[in-house]
Design a protein around this ligand. Structure first.
Ligand SMILES: NC(=O)c1ccc[n+]([C@@H]2O[C@H](COP(=O)([O-])OP(=O)(O)OC[C@H]3O[C@@H](n4cnc5c(N)ncnc54)[C@H](O)[C@@H]3O)[C@@H](O)[C@H]2O)c1
Length: 450
């Protein structure tokens, strides 16, 4: 039952209440926002009517879209229907939460984003892991520099079933892993390759192994299968300082390993350390996703997994699919160049963000500024005119840096910090041109909000 503080005006209809839709129904109901249910399969009506008394059930989605009391719809119908239904809902003036993938054709995804923006509607994609406490924590740890420089990462999503015939494993499982990897790295890949095998239904791939190459030099792969002896949902991030393992099937979902590699007589030697369990809150990710959708409807702000993020994931899926088709199930690996790289941040045409710099979504970098290789800047920052950000600098979220500021290696700027015009954050107290002081760099940490 809805708790008092979760209750809000009922205004969401769930369209498609099958295997996954029932979870959306439960969450919107418990949040006090469930207005109606719609599924073309009328045999579902009786059960839903018993469970959610007083909630209207219909079989034709036009009935939902023409109801002015319904403000938003959540679509959990098969992927092939997402474009048609999401388009109709946006055009009817509804806010839309569409299950992954946003669409199955990049052009359709672009059109949906455009319609939502033109009509001022919220468009959100159900990339549930973006709302998982472990992923949110991992994102924060990476942004804070606790893992050091990210070298590579991989994600395994393996199980026996749920086997589909209308879409392959790549489109069914991998959108989650792609959305997580893109958000952790805050960059789009330049090249991908993908190989797989179809064993059950002709032409429907059951297992794929997909590789990414990112401009920063990070490499990643995703291994997905619904024809696997046991369930595994594991994401591994290998950083220069710490390695992280997110395992969604165990109690301690996020563990950090501060293993080191020491060089002895020019030979790299691993120095192993015990895992550190990271404490997490135990919110249900889907509850957080549904609440976020309601919050965005209320505040009219873009969701974390908005249409643009859905489109980035769709572009990568499309490139993987093309690679898969070009390579078949055997033979040489195929590399496909993404046709259009759309970064989630803005760099003015007179500014430089070097390859290997990591910049968060929504950040703006203005005229004549330079962000060097190895620098990390968080989300929603504003970097003014003629700013220099050195390699190794870590900048948090929502940081404002005014004109003519220099930030040198060793500086850590936490969230919400304001750097006034022309300030210089240096790292050597007595610099000399003829003496290298690289090994003597000092660090400066600007705490949150200063
Ligand atoms: N986020 C996740 O973890 C997750 C997990 C599973 C599925 N999904 C997504 O959820 C969506 C649905 O998958 P599913 O496994 O629940 O499929 P499903 O086949 O079990 O359910 C889909 C339902 O949609 C109904 N439907 C189809 N066309 C319709 C229309 N035009 N109008 C009204 N109802 C219609 C069907 O009758 C069916 O009941 C897919 O996009 C899938 O990718 C997400």
């Amino acid at each position: 039952m809805p708790s008092a503080n979760e209750t809000s005006k009922k205004r969401v209809a769930v369209i498609g209440v099958g295997y996954w839709g029932k979870n959306l129904v439960r969450n919107f109901y418990e949040l006090g926002a469930l207005a109606a249910l719609c599924d073309s399969n009328q045999s579902l009506e009786e059960d839903y009517k018993k469970k959610y008394q007083g909630v209207k059930f219909c079989t034709n989605y036009h009935e939902v879209l023409s109801d002015p009391s319904i403000q938003a719809v959540a679509l959990a119908t098969p992927a092939v229907t997402h474009y048609e239904l999401a388009k109709a809902a946006l055009e009817a003036g509804k806010d839309v939460l569409v299950e992954k993938p946003l669409a199955i054709d990049v052009k359709h995804g672009e059109e949906l984003v455009k319609i939502a923006e033109t009509k001022g509607r919220i468009l959100m994609v159900g990339h549930i892991l973006r709302y998982h406490p472990a992923i949110l924590k991992l994102q924060q740890l990476i942004q804070d520099g606790q893992l050091g420089k990210i070298n590579y990462l991989y994600s395994n999503r393996l199980n026996i079933g749920k086997i589909r015939t209308e879409e392959n494993i790549l489109w069914s499982f991998a959108p989650h892993d792609i959305s997580v990897i893109l958000s952790l790295l805050n960059e789009m890949p330049t090249h991908v390759s993908c190989k797989g095998g179809a064993y059950l239904s002709s032409g429907v791939t059951d297992v794929t192994l997909s590789h990414f190459e990112f401009p920063s030099g990070v490499r990643a792969h995703i291994f997905v299968s619904w024809l696997h002896p046991f369930k595994e949902q594991k994401l591994v991030v290998v950083g220069s300082e710490k390695m992280a393992v997110f395992d969604d099937t165990v109690e301690n979902k996020l563990v950090l390993y501060p293993h080191k590699v020491e060089w002895k007589n020019r030979i790299p030697t691993a120095v192993k350390a015990d895992g550190e369990v990271v404490a997490l809150d135990n919110r249900e990710p889907l509850r957080a996703e549904c609440q976020h959708f309601l919050d965005c409807i209320e505040s009219r702000t873009a969701p974390v997994s908005d249409g643009r993020e859905g489109l980035r994931v769709l572009r990568v899926l499309d490139a993987f699919q093309r690679a898969l088709q070009n390579g078949g199930n055997a033979g040489a690996s195929v590399t496909t160049k993404l046709e259009k790289i759309e970064q989630p941040y803005f760099v003015h045409e007179s500014a430089y963000a070097d390859e290997g710099a990591r910049i968060g979504a929504g950040t703006k970098i203005w005229h004549f500024s330079h962000v060097m290789k190895g620098a990390q800047i968080g989300e929603k920052c504003v970097i003014g005119q003629n700013v220099n950000v050195d390699g190794g600098v870590l900048i948090g979220n929502n940081v404002k840096i005014q004109n003519n500021v220099s930030v040198y290696t060793g500086v850590v700027v936490e969230d919400d910090v304001f750097l006034g015009p022309s300030c210089v954050l240096t790292n050597v107290s007595n610099p000399r041109s003829q003496v290298s002081r690289h090994s003597l760099y000092e660090s400066t940490r600007l705490r949150r909000g200063c």
